[in-house]
Ligand binder design. Sequence first.
Ligand code: ADP
Ligand code: MG
Length: 479
Amino acid sequence: MKNKKNHESIWANCLKVIKDNVSLQSFKTWFEPIKPIRFKSDVLTLQVPSHFFYEWLEEHYIDLLKKVIKKEIGPDAKLEYSIVLDRNTSSKKAPYTVNLPTSNKKSLSNSPVTMPLNVSENQIKNPFIIPGLKKVNVESNLNPTYTFDNFVEGDCNRLARSAAFAVANKPGGTAFNPLLLYGGVGLGKTHLAHAIGIGVKNNFPNKIVLYVNAEVFTRQFIDSIKNHTTNDFINFYKLMDVLIIDDVQFFAGKEKTQDAFFHIFNHLHQTGKQIVLTSDKAPVDMKGVEQRLLSRFKWGLSADLQAPGLETRIAILKKKIYGNGIEISEEVLEYLAYGINTNVREMEGALTSIIAQATLNKKAITLELAKKMIDKYVKVSAREVSMDYIHKIVCDYFNLPIELLKSKTRKREVVQARQIAMFFAKKMTKWSLASIGAQCGGKDHATVLHACRTVNNLSETDKQFRGYLEDLEKKLNVN
Ligand code: ADP
Ligand code: MG
């Protein structure tokens, strides 16, 4: 019976059990890339893509692996890893393969230890890391204000932030290598990239960290070609313990630069150094970037940054003014956060100019001032009042919780507030009747139409009601 088993069938059976015991995400990340390559005298050899991969499995899944493999093979089962250290696209075989019996630590058997790594004669020698050279003083180019402490965590950035934090605490020693942070403009990629660098510097002062923008990297590379110093350029980058390259989408279409980067990337990755990249696009959308690079980006983790929600935006603004000795009312902050909802940089820009304006003119920071400044920051097309803002102003005015407005309740005072909110939404936004209804208690377009008529009628016949509308209109008006 036993003889019939081969590595593939054994591993396939193991995978079935593993799949039921880990999350789908983990399964895809950690188990799908494993290749069974051999089964001989109770030893199952699994090929894993990198050293980190092996470490991660050992750290997180060894118990599970042990169980399933013993169950499949029997009590004498042993597990061996074969680590591919170079997955270059060239047809050469991987330069060396390391067999690591797990028996030294959390072992499957009690057989003697055969560590350390058996490295074949093909091991890449590195002529550049000369003792002493390591002490080279590299200016890291880090912006000291972009720390983790100054970065507000929200649902929009949780994965990216925690991966970045993990990397800062264990550069090169997590599965997140490379760590690719991607997302739209002004959402905090550069901030997080610096935070990693600063974190590493704090935790490991001797590590050589370099932050560089892809554009600068490209320029340096082109200069090095002109000056015939390309080797120096590449060797310099190979010295890094942590290399952070911002905005790698800039490499698109620049084949020579990509070549140089590819070379550096492989070297750093193979020697366990950390690579951090940012991009304004997900890897799948990066046109003009070579496939072999893109596939390397996938070795680690790609984490995206989304636009922050309202609460996170308010928290970011508060963080920015905290400690500056400036007082800005909650009302103004909320106005800013409501008004600019896609891009943190724009929101910050508006905040800075409000502060500057107020300081210059020795004026208090009022809502009026905020409104004026925001106009300058938000593009005309996007300058319509947001639905959230209308809901908030109307609810504040009538002293109702926003949830009620959005609920299906038919309490009289809520119905009226809801109708007014719909009326203003129709008047001041480009939303369709159907979406206005959907966002306001899940009503249909006919209800919104009816609301608009009712509000119009009442404003003609009811003086008090007209007063409400005028107050609200003033509050809502951005112009
Ligand atoms: P990106 O590189 O994604 O275009 P940046 O990192 O330059 O964006 O961020 C733009 C500005 O917004 C920076 O000043 C940054 O500090 C700030 N910012 C973005 N997200 C956050 C956040 N979650 N917490 C604090 N500040 C943030
Ligand atoms: Mg940036």
